[in-house]
Design a protein around this ligand. Structure first.
Ligand SMILES: *[C@@H]1O[C@H](CO)[C@@H](O)[C@H](O)[C@H]1NC(C)=O
Ligand SMILES: *[C@@H]1O[C@H](CO)[C@@H](O)[C@H](O)[C@H]1NC(C)=O
Length: 237
């Protein structure tokens, strides 16, 4: 099932141009396939309690394609990735899963601005999440369809918005004998020029176990539109 699902995901990255051909007889089929991808992503997030422990229930509007190019690793909704492969900031691209609006020109607004975060709800372990959540990364002022191969490129269409890291990338470093940790990337949409780093990485500064990005997003009026995650564990178990 997972393999089938992943082949669907790979599929969507190549069918984007279909969106601009609304008279294509295949169009409707693609749209239906995409809504089932969103439903499958949601199911996987629920099965792994990402929806629950980290996020409230939501319908994914975007697929978050995240990779660590140097080690040829991609984040695939719960795959295992060795800790040594995630030492550098990842590359990412996000793609809408829901049909784009008809191709009428429209002025971009702050709703087209995004923030990407990485959080660990399983610090110090999934059983004893006493440091949870740990904030690993916040990058903001991202615009729609931004591709992010390091080093950063200038985004187009938003000359006044400069994107950057609010919280520098802290590579995942699960301690020995703490089992697999879920490392969860979340894509948030909303006005982001005011966004500031949490007071502390631990508990995202909220001082309570399992508090983190949910609180921070609410405080900053940001809406969850996508998520992806991988598992990583210390080689010493
Ligand atoms: C986001 O953009 C605003 C407006 O250009 C800027 O003031 C702010 O510093 C930017 N944030 C980051 C993290 O670069
Ligand atoms: C969030 O939205 C509320 C209600 O619209 C507003 O009062 C508040 O100032 C906003 N907070 C931020 C950080 O933008």
């Amino acid at each position: 099932m997972v393999r089938f699902f992943l082949s669907m995901i790979v599929g969507i990255s190549t069918v984007g141009s279909v969106y601009t051909l609304p008279t294509d007889p295949g169009h409707q089929i693609y749209l239906e396939a995409e809504s089932s991808i969103a439903a499958s992503i949601r199911d996987i997030l629920i099965d792994n309690k990402v929806i629950g422990d980290v996020l409230d229930d939501f319908n994914p509007d975007y697929y978050l394609d995240i990779s660590y190019p140097k080690f040829h690793e991609s984040v695939r909704l719960g795959n295992d990735i060795p800790v040594k492969s995630v030492s550098d900031r990842p590359a990412f691209i996000f793609q809408p899963l829901t049909p784009l609006k008809p191709p009428t020109p429209r002025i971009k607004d702050t709703e087209d601005v995004f923030t990407l975060i990485l959080t660990d709800p399983d610090a110090k372990s999934r059983d004893k999440p006493k440091w949870s959540e740990m904030c690993h990364w916040i990058i903001t002022n991202l615009t729609d369809h931004t591709r992010e191969p390091p080093p950063f490129l200038e985004p187009s269409g938003f000359p006044s918005l400069k994107y950057g890291e609010v919280e520098k990338y802290l590579p995942p470093g699960p301690p020995p004998k703490t089992g697999p940790h879920r490392y969860v990337f979340v894509l948030l949409r909303g006005h982001s020029t005011h966004v500031e780093a949490p007071k502390d990485r631990k508990h995202w500064g909220y001082g309570k176990v399992r508090h983190g990005v949910r609180d921070w997003a609410a405080e900053n009026n940001l809406t969850v539109v996508g998520a992806n995650f991988f598992f990583a564990q210390n080689v010493k178990q």
